[in-house]
Design a protein around this ligand. Structure first.
Ligand code: BV8
Length: 230
């Protein structure tokens, strides 16, 4: 890696977990486990049919506990451990594979499967079980008020201020395994280009944002990411 680089921001998407066995959103023809996004990943969907949404997330929460990090997650964790400059890994993914691989400087902008959020007392709890049975909140004791701690479409992603702060002092922005279809995540590369920094895309195929990157490499993340890191 270029020796002038000191501060890095990395954005990952579903493609970095694909080789661990977690389906990407676009591979299923825009259907998530046979559901249309608007039927399961919006506040309106949750209000309209909470059982459908809770079952959808219960099934995905269980699934991520059955898979393992892959070589791309481990290479990024090595970089995080060894990099002396600033590094922030911003993930759109809601699985815990980056954590399990060892990445510490990590930010989940779209929430996490393994958290539940109590809408009665606003406390978030680590959560590995199901929510369909409307468990009581461990903090306030109220039942039926726990929802997936996931940023749905139409909801504000987490910690955007921290992300832009890191991006504004970065020398390099790297995007890995994302189609560039969802905003504001997909807009980060434009922010990086406006800041005049180097931008690198590592993806299986060209994405919606490829033209914004100074360099794009195409192939599986388990090959491209270790090659880039090492
Ligand atoms: C917001 C959690 C505003 C859910 C996710 C109308 C109303 C409201 C908002 C909008 C609207 N129209 C547009 C918007 C904005 C909207 C948006 O962008 N919509 C898109 C569809 C046009 N965005 C939002 O709603 C965001 N919020 O705008 O809020 C606001 C402002 C103020 C106050 C309040 C609100 C919130 C967006 C977050 C939604 N939640 N995730 C869940 O997971 O259940 S998004 C979800 O989809 C993911 O987190 C991810 O971000 C996205 C999927 O993208 P990718 O990760 O890129 O996955 P994808 O399958 O698309 O691509 C995979 C890539 O990997 C491919 O390119 C493939 O080639 C590659 N690949 C595959 N295998 C490999 C590989 N690469 C390498 N190796 C491999 N082996």
């Amino acid at each position: 890696m270029d020796r002038q680089i000191k501060n890095i921001v990395i954005l990952t998407g579903a493609g970095v977990s694909a080789e661990s066995g977690i389906d990407t959103f676009r591979s299923a023809g825009g259907l998530w486990e046979q559901h249309k996004v608007e039927d399961v990943a919006t506040p309106e969907a949750f209000a309209r049919d909470p059982d459908l949404v809770l079952r959808f997330y219960d099934m995905r929460r269980e699934r991520i506990q059955q898979v393992e990090p892959n070589a791309a997650h481990y290479a990024l964790a090595r970089l995080d451990a060894e990099w002396s400059g600033n590094l922030l890994l911003v993930t759109q993914n809601v699985d815990d594979l980056h954590e399990r691989a060892g990445t510490k400087r990590l930010l989940h902008m779209h929430g996490e499967h393994l958290n539940a959020w109590c809408t009665a007392c606003d406390v978030r709890h680590g959560w590995r079980g199901t929510l369909i049975d409307r468990p009581a909140c461990p903090s306030c004791g109220i039942s039926g008020q726990l929802r997936p701690d996931i940023v749905w479409f139409g909801e504000m992603p987490y910690r955007m201020g921290d992300i832009y702060h890191a991006l504004n002092r970065a020398d390099l922005f790297v995007s890995i395994g994302t189609s560039g279809a969802v905003y504001p995540a997909a807009g980060l590369v434009r922010e990086a280009r406006q800041n005049g920094i180097a931008t690198l895309e590592l993806n299986l195929e060209p994405s919606h944002s490829s033209s914004w990157f100074t360099e794009s490499r195409h192939g599986p993340a388990t090959e491209l990411v270790p090659q880039w890191v090492d």
